[in-house]
Design a binder for this molecule. Structure first.
Ligand code: PMP
Ligand code: GLN
Length: 382
């Protein structure tokens, strides 16, 4: 008999909904990925590097040229200097980065605070380290931190807090004032942070992303994680990075070198070339995705879904309480896929205890204009 280490884990909602979309021929606005390609020059560079023989292991810590580009981008975006050699590590995706950061510092019996709705990979990673997640619910209306709940959740065993800003699935951003408040709350405690900032460049309406990298008090205890997959429209490349102070980076690398050793070499070369040649790519991203958000929200206005345009990420939450209040969100997602040809993600799966009566599904708007128009047409007749 197998004694499972993850008895409560099944197949993720992203796999399930993408599969159902494929089976039924529905438009797939569920799992988060673009239905358009990343920049041509970036894709061409991969072929060039494969052809020119960049096909063996890269350094365990990541290609120096790419780590240098990451540090340069951080300096431009957040005005802070990080050391490319001792603070930046390239990983095969943000998921692996988060896993390694957790394994690096969480011991058996440690508690890790996560905010619900919470991205699905955090809890299994904590459990595999022998830790336990303590779930703190974000505000129901604006998905902001409930400071009383967070304070109440802290115990002497709390070893880590996982932040995610911009937040999947709500799109909410953490402000500088909130980071200050967090810093004050944990000032005298031995608590690490993971700041999952994979959507760092997908922020709208001129509101800047506030990175933990730009908050020295928090950064000295943090692993800040990002993903080239989101930033360069290439989620299938599974290439990301972690930035952490040298002592934490050293511990992270001890794990990373045995989980995967290094990232995929030609992809790292291509990303380094492209980042050097096109630094404007990240500056143009907010405008690029804001246009998609605005188009999609405009198209959805005549529908019976209710929503507030998101502040960040490429996900839009919509409330269907006026349409099928009788259905829970998992059934609603299946119904929308089968009966109306649009696959979505139910929000309750991101909660330990889903809020009573919440009727929300998540739609990914990282799609071509024609996909968004077609999806909105289907959603407006329900
Ligand atoms: N964190 C969040 C919040 C995400 O939405 C994703 C999406 N894939 C990841 C981490 C993982 O990123 P990657 O694909 O680079 O592993
Ligand atoms: N991050 C993506 C999302 O939220 C899913 C990635 C995955 O399928 N693991 O949709």
């Amino acid at each position: 008999m197998i004694i499972s280490k993850l008895p409560n884990v099944g197949t993720t909602i992203f796999t399930r909904m993408s599969q159902l979309a494929a089976e039924t021929g529905a438009l797939n606005l569920s799992q988060g990925f673009p239905d358009f390609d990343g920049p041509q020059a970036l894709r061409d560079a991969v072929g060039r590097h494969i052809a020119s023989g960049h096909n063996q292991y890269s350094p365990m810590t990541g290609l120096p040229a790419l780590r240098t580009q990451v540090a340069a981008k951080i300096a431009r975006s957040y005005g802070v200097h990080v050391d490319a050699d001792t603070e930046v590590t390239i990983t095969p995706g943000a998921t692996q980065a988060i896993f390694c950061a957790i394994q690096a510092v969480i011991h058996a019996g440690d508690e890790v605070i996560v905010f619900d709705p919470c991205y699905d990979s955090y809890e299994p990673s904590v459990e595999l380290a022998g830790g336990r997640c303590v779930h703190v619910q974000l505000g129901l209306d604006d998905f902001s931190i409930d400071w009383q709940k967070l304070t109440d959740a802290l115990t002497p065993r709390t070893r880590m807090i996982i932040l995610n800003t911009p937040h999947n699935p709500s799109g909410a951003l953490i402000s500088r004032a909130e980071l200050d408040q967090l810093a004050a709350l944990i000032a005298d405690r031995d608590i690490y942070l993971i700041s999952d900032e994979v959507y760092e460049h997908l922020v709208y309406d001129g509101v800047p992303h506030v990175s933990v990298l730009s908050h020295p008090e928090l950064y000295h205890r943090a692993f800040v994680v990002s993903s080239f997959g989101k930033t360069y429209h290439v989620t299938g490349w599974k290439t990301g990075y972690v930035v952490a102070p040298p002592a934490l980076t050293a511990e992270l690398r001890k794990v990373h070198q045995y989980v995967s050793f290094c990232g995929v070499t030609p992809l790292q070369y291509a990303l380094a070339d492209y980042m050097a040649a096109s630094p404007e790519h990240v500056e143009e991203l907010p405008g690029f995705y804001q246009a998609k958000r605005d188009l999609f929200c405009d198209l959805l206005k005549p529908s019976r879904f209710t929503f507030t345009p998101v502040a960040g990420t490429y996900f839009q939450l919509v409330d269907y309480a006026h349409i099928r209040p009788d259905l829970n969100d998992v059934d609603m997602a299946v119904w929308l896929t089968r009966e109306h040809g649009v696959a979505t993600i139910p929000v309750s799966v991101f909660y330990q205890t889903p809020p009573e009566g919440q009727r929300l599904v998540r739609l990914c708007f990282a799609k071509r204009e024609e996909t968004l128009r077609e999806a909105a047409e289907k959603l407006c007749v329900i």
